[in-house]
Design a protein around this ligand. Structure first.
Ligand SMILES: C[S@@+](CC[C@H](N)C(=O)[O-])C[C@H]1O[C@@H](n2cnc3c(N)ncnc32)[C@H](O)[C@@H]1O
Length: 140
């Protein structure tokens, strides 16, 4: 099940699914937030470049929700930059994004690691990507 609040993106995903004759994926256009209720369970749940665009209270709620409904979570997102140059690149990327205020709160919260710490994630494996300040985390 793939979820995004953007109808254009969900329509695109649905078209790709049809074009490639894929039958084991569904897509749903929904706005996720603290009123999100979902009771189905999954082997994996995944959030990619998502938690920095929403308010941190919602990020904490939704990460907890993912843990509740899945055995393993995979996150891809901004991690604390190591250098001033990387910090500047992220700032430039986010400043004109439309969710800058949420990004600043995410930064103050300690990036993705801060949210994982808040919900007391243990057994976290971290993988680097070719972008130094974007990491992938697998949580059991
Ligand atoms: C930075 S993009 C990441 C897109 C994609 N997941 C990726 O990894 O490339 C953030 C996405 O989150 C979606 N989004 C933002 N707030 C949302 C919400 N409250 N519920 C569902 N989707 C949301 C936006 O429509 C956008 O497509």
């Amino acid at each position: 099940m793939g979820i995004d609040k953007s109808k254009a993106l969900i329509d695109h995903a649905k078209n790709q699914k049809k074009r490639k004759n894929i039958t084991n994926i569904d897509f749903s256009c929904e706005e996720l937030g603290v009123d999100y209720k979902h009771s189905d369970t999954y082997d994996f749940s995944m959030a990619s470049l998502f938690f920095h665009v929403i308010p941190t209270s919602e990020a904490v709620y939704l990460m907890n929700k993912m843990r509740e409904i899945s055995s393993q979570m995979i996150f891809c997102g901004f991690s604390c930059p190591d250098t001033m140059q990387h910090k500047l690149v992220i700032w430039l990327d986010q400043k004109f994004s439309g969710h800058y205020r949420n990004f600043v709160a995410y930064q103050k919260f300690g990036y993705l690691e801060g949210i994982m710490e808040k919900i007391q994630c243990s057994n976290v494996k971290t993988y680097t990507t070719y972008i130094p300040f974007i990491k992938i985390y697998m949580v059991n």
